[in-house]
Design a protein around this ligand. Structure first.
Ligand code: GLN
Length: 448
């Protein structure tokens, strides 16, 4: 009831698309009855979870914040949702986001923008903006998002909370609406590391329904602070000195690295010469994958269908898709089909695959020498609403620090670091080797 009341008072933030009020109260009552019966409850008993509108929950609407999925109801639940329910968590509603998780500001939603609760003239970040704001404003304890190129870490940074993108494959993608399948990963928002670790513990692990879900055993993430440990850390020189980084933030990172050294850690500058290529490679590969993934929305099998009669099949597809998809999604489908087209495939798609390989190799070389890499999550604090909407390239370039972890499939987390003189929070991003979330969480704890 506490959370339902808070949600009711926070309607202006536009974070929730639907609130499962009756269901949540019924589940809470059922848990209460089981406690009275002396039953042992699951590890997340009574934890209030918000769910991004790209993750299926059986019997509930899911639309990826798109008109093309208008009226569609999930036929099954995502593995992550099944596991949360089995752990006795309470899913309180589904959360607004950018259409098909494409965006960095939550301004691409068919349901309107989400507002940053710290400053409602600013965006919360995207694409999981609703998931970030729901935790930021205390409308739920933790939430699920998806992170293809930063969509959990970037809004966590803009909203002053914790956002984790695990290793690619650590959490099953079964029931996650696909954007770019070789990048997509479910992520977790929370107010602290322990909450995020507790959720990861429950939802991580192999899954027969997703062949890309990793077979690796799930270690114990339950969080033990280890404050006397000293870490061998690196920062990417090219990231810290990048011209796009806000100068005040650059100063804050420099003094933060000095503080870490004073506290007994080593912080070494590492070279990473490919930074300027990560955004182009990311947008070539993800739009290519998206154009293929989104071809299933044809007006026949799911959601929106044009009302116009007497069209031949091709015209019917075109009309339904033109009506159903928003501008950014259309832009990416066009870009994706272009880079995959016969004449351009090698020049763009193959080239981007090669860049991805270079990035993976270089990053793992650095990670083999250090416990973790530290860098900014985003080059600036939260944008003003509308500030970047007319310039998609400027918007894409702001993803420079987050797409790296998705290109390489490594785990990364954003934790709040400082407050800018403009009043907004910003975070530090930590990256470790694949499947080393244990180390990631404990380094994160040191800096929080
Ligand atoms: N901003 C990036 C994009 O628009 C990241 C999105 C995401 O991680 N889902 O593609």
């Amino acid at each position: 009831r506490y959370y339902l009341e808070k949600i009711a008072r926070a309607g202006h933030l536009n974070a929730f698309l639907e609130v499962y009020e009756t269901e949540a109260l019924e589940r809470a009552a059922a848990l209460d009855a089981r406690i009275r019966n002396g039953e042992q409850l699951g590890p997340l008993a009574g934890v209030i979870v918000g769910n991004k509108d790209v993750i299926c929950y059986k019997g509930h609407k899911v639309s990826a914040a798109s008109r093309i999925l208008e009226g569609f109801t999930s036929l099954y639940s995502a593995t992550a949702i099944e596991r949360l329910l089995a752990a006795d968590a309470i899913i309180i509603g589904n959360l607004n986001c950018d259409e098909f998780a494409m965006g960095s500001t939550n301004e691409n939603s068919a349901f309107g923008p989400v507002l940053n609760a710290e400053d409602t003239t600013r965006v919360p970040g995207g694409s999981s903006g609703g998931s970030a704001v729901a935790v930021q404003a205390g409308l739920c304890q933790v939430s699920l998002g998806s992170d293809t190129g930063g969509s959990v870490r970037q809004p966590a940074d803009f909203c002053g909370i914790v956002g984790l993108k695990p290793t690619y494959g650590r959490i099953s993608r079964h029931g996650l609406i696909a954007y770019a399948s070789s990048f997509d990963q479910i992520g977790i928002f929370g107010r602290n590391i322990a909450d995020v670790a507790a959720v990861l513990q429950v939802i991580a692990g192999p899954d027969d329904y997703d062949s890309t879900a990793a077979q690796q055993e799930v270690p114990d993430f339950q969080f033990r602070p280890s404050h006397n440990k000293s870490y061998k850390l690196a920062y990417l020189k090219d990231a810290l000195h990048h011209e796009g980084l806000d100068t005040e933030m650059r100063g804050a990172f420099t003094s933060f690295f000095e503080e870490l050294e004073a506290a007994g850690h080593s912080v070494t500058a590492a070279d990473f010469a490919y930074l300027d290529y990560v955004v182009p490679a990311y947008y070539v590969l993800t739009t290519a994958e998206a154009s293929s993934n989104l071809s299933r929305y044809d007006g026949v099998k799911y959601g929106h269908r044009t009302g116009q009669q007497d069209l031949d099949l091709a015209e019917f597809y075109k009309k339904s898709r033109s009506e159903g998809f928003g501008k950014e999604v259309k832009r990416r489908i066009l870009l994706g089909t272009f880079v995959l087209s016969a004449g351009y495939y090698d020049a763009y798609y193959t080239k981007a695959q090669q860049v991805r390989r270079l990035v993976v190799d270089k990053l793992s070389e650095i990670l083999s020498a250090y416990d973790a890499i530290l860098m900014p999550t985003v080059p600036s604090t939260a944008f003003k609403i509308g500030e970047k909407t007319s310039d998609p390239i400027a918007m894409y370039l702001a993803d420079i620090y987050t797409v790296l972890a998705n290109l390489a499939g490594v785990p990364a987390i954003s934790v709040p670091l400082r407050r800018h003189s403009n009043g907004m929070p910003f975070g530090v991003q930590i990256i470790t080797r694949q499947f080393d979330e244990v180390n990631l969480l404990s380094v994160a704890d040191h800096v929080m």
